[in-house]
Design a protein around this ligand. Structure first.
Ligand SMILES: Nc1ncnc2c1ncn2[C@@H]1O[C@H](COP(=O)(O)OP(=O)(O)OP(=O)(O)O)[C@@H](O)[C@H]1O
Ligand SMILES: [Mg+2]
Length: 282
């Protein structure tokens, strides 16, 4: 007989063997036969087990993160919260394959990433993963169009569709009218929307956003959240790091970190929808 899912995060973290359907949150997560939680019944995109990262700078070791075990299902929208220095960016860099863990297992689409060489990781990063950072990371004195086109230029087999892909991505963030502007001629909110377009241009499975609203005013921040929610509705998995509870509650689920560990994993009971909120700011 299947057991009921644990009702709070501590129980869930302590009891990886529970499975069933989580009904109390109103979200439709389910649990695989091996007891792992998956989202929207579409299977696991990311699965990590006892993931740790210790930085080693010329013998000076810093244990940044340890013991992370969770599953993120395809199509989920997950926030990661926690105080400064708790390991959020470290975790994101490993999940985004910008860095490797020092211990533990990381399965992406069911495949163990441990044996992947650097070229394979770079290929997955380019095709399946999009990144958005707090500081935008656009090329200065370079046009909006060229910034968004950049990931397509790494493609060894271009399909002649670059212009359509770039313009579709700009349209998705409402920045098509700025294609010829230089990145330094944009406001902060506009820069972040262009950065999202760049993350989207290869139609990635998952978008990692590390404090994407951290440098923005509240109206621009809401616009960014609106775009991320729309992308999620269109099937992209979204993983968002934020300090703000308000921003985190736009996700369906929140992972909490403290001192390098995941200390809670909770569904969002009253999810915020950016669509309705932006009306308030007009
Ligand atoms: N390259 C590095 N070398 C050594 N230590 C590092 C490195 N990067 C991060 N750390 C350390 O690892 C810990 C976690 O850092 P991390 O950047 O993951 O925190 P964070 O939760 O993202 O913080 P913030 O909210 O301030 O961005 C910190 O103590 C940090 O000093
Ligand atoms: Mg960080």
């Amino acid at each position: 007989m299947k057991s009921q899912p644990p009702t709070n995060s501590k129980e869930r973290l302590n009891n990886q063997k529970d499975y069933g359907t989580e009904s109390s949150s109103g979200s439709n997560f389910s649990y695989s036969e091996s007891g792992e939680r998956i989202g929207r019944g579409q299977g696991a995109l990311i699965q990590v087990q006892n993931l740790c990262k210790t930085y080693d700078n010329e013998g000076v070791k810093t244990a940044a993160m340890c013991g992370a075990s969770f599953v993120i299902g395809k199509g989920e929208f997950v926030s990661i919260m926690g105080p400064s220095g708790s390991g959020k960016s470290t975790l994101m860099q490993i999940l985004g394959m910008l860095d490797r863990p020092t211990e533990g297992k990381y399965f992406f689409e069911g495949k163990d990433t441990f044996g992947f060489d650097d070229d394979t990781l770079a290929g997955i990063r380019n095709k399946k993963i999009g990144f958005v950072f707090q500081s935008f990371n656009l090329l200065p004195r370079t046009s909006v169009y060229e910034n968004v086109e950049l990931p397509l230029l790494y493609d060894s087999k271009p399909d002649g569709q670059n212009r359509k892909k770039v313009m579709d991505a700009l349209l998705a963030v409402g920045m098509e009218h700025r294609e010829k502007y230089l990145s330094n001629q944009l406001s902060g909110g506009e820069k972040q929307r262009v950065a999202i377009a760049r993350a989207l241009v290869n139609n990635p499975d998952v978008v990692f956003a590390d404090e994407p609203t951290g440098n923005l005013d509240s109206k621009s921040g809401l616009q960014v959240m609106k775009i991320l929610q729309k992308l999620n509705n269109d099937g992209h998995t979204i993983i968002l790091v934020t300090h703000e509870t308000y921003t985190a509650e736009h996700a369906e689920r929140i992972l909490y970190m403290k001192d390098g560990q995941i200390v809670a994993d909770d569904p969002v009971r009253n999810r915020r929808m950016a669509d309705g909120e932006s009306e308030l700011l007009k």
